[in-house]
Design a protein around this ligand. Structure first.
Ligand SMILES: *Cc1c(COP(=O)(O)O)cnc(C)c1O
Length: 870
């Protein structure tokens, strides 16, 4: 239906970042002007300023906990944010906003007088964010010569919920239905020159009270208004230019999806893509109103069009999504499967604990389900009680943390044969659950959480890496965000040492180059961890003699896992005190232990058998014992820690047997050890290990030291959150205070050396095959195995043309006869030619040390830079 002016409506929704600055409001003005010039009547739906809904949530929390003073200070922060934006926009913020602030203050008073906030009060408080942002916006549009009228969304959007629902649902996650609303259309048609502006997220109930549509509900508001106005389309303006084949934050080569149908977009939104709120797609589909996703940051881009009439491209995987922080419950049915009512009993338990099940797979002897943390409040007590009750019917176990990796697209089932090669990605990888949606729109895999990003990257490379742009698949994210200038990685040492590196590469290629200053800086950080009494460098990360000498000078000891590593450290550092060396092999022959005792280094065992069968080797010796905390964490809960490497360590249940063997052999346990993985960025991990080891040490009176292993994550590796060493220090400090009788040891490898190393390699050939481009180097997986082995991501740059803008996308490959010999998929490079030198960054750890001579190709040599002249 057309307004009286004869112009079709377009509903434009602007998200939090899009309404938070003058620059973005100018984009909004442009959008409005463009629509009018093109004959459409724009109707705007706005979110609260970025971060304000969180502040209002915090305000409610402070009111609930009756923290004195806190609510006033939060109110002031909220006021200041809006005043500052008002100033930037040049509008009279005080006059425009005072009514809304007065109402907010009255709610605060009311809550303080009752013992709230109740869901009703909470809804009213949270609604203020949208009311304020739209007040400012309306004033600004008017000042720009666009007559604007502020509408209260609550007058038009009515919740349809049953009053018998729990109040939280009714007030905070309400539902609306939408129909064409001739009354609203007639009313707005009276003033064809006016731009209307209203709030997302909020609506009202039959009592005229404020209700909310759930966090992120502004998209849903826009879809409802579009239905009421019978709009030509809905535009969702956000900070990313559309929906992508994978989350661009994780997969920069993710492709813009130009067209999707409603069902596919719905599936994608539900399976973890955060761009659209899943609930907005239903009204859009029912009223057949197309939905465009566009970016206020890059308004010239076309974005994604979701409609009922995408081009018919047949069955196709459209995107790969991942949802993390998932808890799965595996239930072994102990032969109960065929008993009448087994499933009913089991699901009754979930219902009883108020937990909703997301995905499910069944076999004859096992039922596995996932619980979605968004829908469920998963506190450990509830999970404990759930397991306890389930164990009456079956043998239940939590698998935690998991991720759901999904392939999304129409008719996935008919693609099964094409999926074949993609499944190689799951080789060696435990898949806890596989499901295929009845809608035939997605196929999902539940895997350990730490595997999710690797799987997404690998699957993405398989399905989309070599696809030419077409009507559905647009440009890559990395191409869209480039503005012609190459991305500056700030403060990377190899930018500053570029000339020296290019000279080194001219002398010899391929080669690893290490910067001693980076090793020094990292070792100072580790040595600065106050609660740690002694740190040992895990030699396997990089056993280069100069690296070892440098770290010895900084006071680190060494952690060795083989006789070869022991030989190396004593050769590199003659005169080294053996008390600074650990020997912690896995499945070593008895002679290796005997040799280590001979050298006088600390020895760690992680199995009962050698003690029991070769007591003579251990007689009279002091030992460390490596514990596998995988099965023991939390004594009353059966938790299988993701990625627990079962071949390492002694499980806590076996420590009694181990102690007997130690006593029998006449040895003494003087320390306990645990190492739980690599690339860890959760700072509480090691403090947790201190507590665990201390609790086990009660059985070993001679224990003096607890070694909590390595695994410290490297800062900035492929965009992940860097490890916060201050937080680590604080957590360890508290743990140390709880167990002051023990020395604490650590043994990081990667953290000390990863960033210090780069691999330089020369381009030998380039090749284009169909849509695929390759840049070939004089070395590959023989020098750097990590990408092939773990799907590791390393930044790759063309060092010869470091300042030239990217112009091509290519797989960077080596010369080894293996399809997996790829150092990087879909990398953006400047025009790259044979003879150029490429640099593979962050390869100082597990680079040269894992290199090999496969194909009889010598791996890269290694060189340490001379310290930079001061
Ligand atoms: C490999 C290893 C380390 C070092 O791990 P990083 O991730 O490099 O810090 C420490 N301890 C043990 C037992 C190891 O096997």
């Amino acid at each position: 239906m057309m307004p009286a002016s004869g112009r079709p409506w377009v509903v434009c929704k602007f998200g939090g970042t899009s309404v938070s600055s003058r620059a973005r409001w100018d984009t909004i003005v442009e959008v409005v002007r463009t629509h009018r010039a093109e004959g459409r009547a724009p109707f705007l739906v706005c979110s609260a300023l970025q971060g304000i809904s969180d502040q209002l949530e915090a305000l409610c929390a402070q009111l609930a906990s009756a923290e004195p003073g806190a609510p006033e200070s939060t109110l002031n922060t909220i006021r200041e944010r809006h005043r500052a934006l008002g100033q930037d926009l040049g509008v009279e913020a005080e006059a425009v906003l005072s009514g809304e602030f007065a109402r907010l203050e009255r709610w605060v008073d009311e809550i303080q007088a009752t013992d709230g906030p109740s869901p009703r009060q909470r809804a009213a408080v949270l609604a203020t964010g949208e009311l304020l942002s739209t007040r400012l916006g309306a004033a600004y549009l008017s000042a720009q010569g666009l007559p604007a009228e502020w509408l209260d969304a609550r007058e038009f959007l009515r919740a349809t919920d049953d009053p018998h629902l729990p109040p939280r649902r009714q007030y905070l996650a309400a539902n609306c239905t939408s129909h064409a609303d001739p009354g609203l259309q007639a009313r707005l048609a009276d003033a064809p020159e006016t731009v209307y502006l209203t709030q997302g997220f909020i609506a009202s109930n039959a009592l005229d009270e404020t209700v909310l549509l759930g966090r992120g509900g502004s998209d849903t508001s826009a879809a409802h208004f579009a239905a009421k106005l019978e709009a030509e389309r809905t535009e969702v303006w956000t900070d990313v230019p559309g929906l992508f084949t994978a989350n661009p934050g994780e997969v920069p080569s993710g492709r813009l999806l130009r067209r999707l149908d409603y069902d596919e977009a719905q599936e994608l939104a539900t399976m973890g893509a955060r761009v659209l709120h899943p609930r907005c797609l239903d009204p859009a589909r029912r009223h057949q109103i197309p939905l465009h996703v566009r970016s206020t940051e890059a308004p010239s881009l076309d974005g994604t069009i979701v409609s009922g009439e995408g081009p018919d491209v047949g069955p196709q995987v459209k995107a790969i999504s991942a949802k993390t922080d998932i808890t799965a419950v595996s239930m072994d049915t102990l032969g109960m499967w065929q008993e009448v009512g087994f499933l009913a009993d089991v699901f009754q338990v979930f219902k009883h604990h108020g937990l909703s099940v997301d995905l499910m797979a069944t076999s004859e002897s096992n039922v596995t389900v996932t619980l979605d943390p968004v829908a469920n409040a998963l506190d450990p007590d509830i999970l404990d009680r759930l397991l306890h009750d389930l164990n009456r019917y079956c043998d239940a176990e939590l698998i935690d943390p998991c991720a759901i990796v999904s392939l999304v697209g129409r008719h996935i089932r008919s693609l099964l044969s094409e999926l074949g090669p993609a499944f190689e990605v799951f080789d060696e990888q435990k898949v806890h659950l596989v499901t295929q949606a009845a809608s035939d729109l997605n196929m999902s895999f539940v895997v350990d959480e730490d595997q999710a990003s690797r799987l997404v990257r690998e699957l993405h490379a398989q399905f989309f890496g070599h696809r030419a742009p077409d009507a559905v698949f647009g440009p890559r994210w990395q191409e869209l965000v480039e503005d012609g200038t190459p991305e500056e990685t700030p403060d990377v040492w190899w930018r500053e040492r570029r000339e020296a590196l290019l000279r080194l590469a001219d002398d010899e290629s391929p080669r690893y180059v290490y910067d001693p200053e980076v090793v020094t800086a990292r070792s100072d950080e580790v040595q600065g961890l106050g609660p740690i009494d002694q740190s040992f460098y895990a030699v396997k990360a990089n056993p280069h003699p100069e690296v070892l000498r440098l770290l010895e000078r900084r006071g680190l000891g060494f952690e060795c896992v083989s006789p070869g590593e022991l030989d190396r450290v004593f050769e590199a550092c003659p005169g080294l005190d053996p008390a600074r060396v650990l020997f912690q092999p896995n499945f070593a022959a008895p002679a290796e232990y005997a040799d280590a005792f001979e050298r006088g280094v600390h020895v760690t065992v992680d199995n009962v058998q050698p003690l029991a069968e070769h007591p003579d080797v251990f007689a009279g010796e002091e030992l460390f014992v490596r514990v596998d905390p995988g099965q023991g964490e939390g004594h009353h809960r059966k938790v299988r820690t993701a990625g627990a490497q079962s071949k390492f360590g002694v499980v806590p249940d076996d420590l009694g047997r181990l102690r007997a063997a130690v006593d029998q052999a006449g040895a003494t346990v003087v320390g306990l050890h645990a190492h739980v993985g690599s690339g860890i960025t959760d700072e509480s991990t090691w403090a947790g290990l201190v507590d665990l080891l201390a609790s086990l040490a009660a059985e070993f009176p001679a224990v003096r030291a607890l070694n909590v292993g390595g695994g410290l994550g490297v800062p900035n590796a492929s965009g992940g959150r860097p490890l916060d060493l201050d937080a680590l220090d604080a957590a360890l400090g508290k743990a140390a205070a709880r167990h002051p009788q023990y020395d604490l040891w650590m043994e990081p490898g990667r953290y000390l050396v990863a960033e210090a190393g780069v691999l330089l390699a020369r381009v030998t050939q380039t090749k284009t095959k169909d849509a695929a481009a390759y840049v070939g180097l004089d070395t590959g997986m023989n020098s750097l195995l990590r990408p092939a082995l773990y799907g590791a991501h390393h930044e790759i740059v063309n060092l010869s043309r470091l300042d030239e803008p990217p112009a091509m996308t290519a797989d960077v490959v080596g010369p080894v006869c293996e399809t997996g010999d790829v150092l990087g998929h879909d990398r953006r490079l400047p025009p790259t030619e044979p003879g150029d030198t490429l640099l593979v960054a962050t390869t100082g750890a597990y680079g040269a040390s894992m290199s090999n001579r496969y194909n009889l190709r010598e791996p890269a040599s290694e060189v340490m830079l001379a310290p930079e002249p001061a």
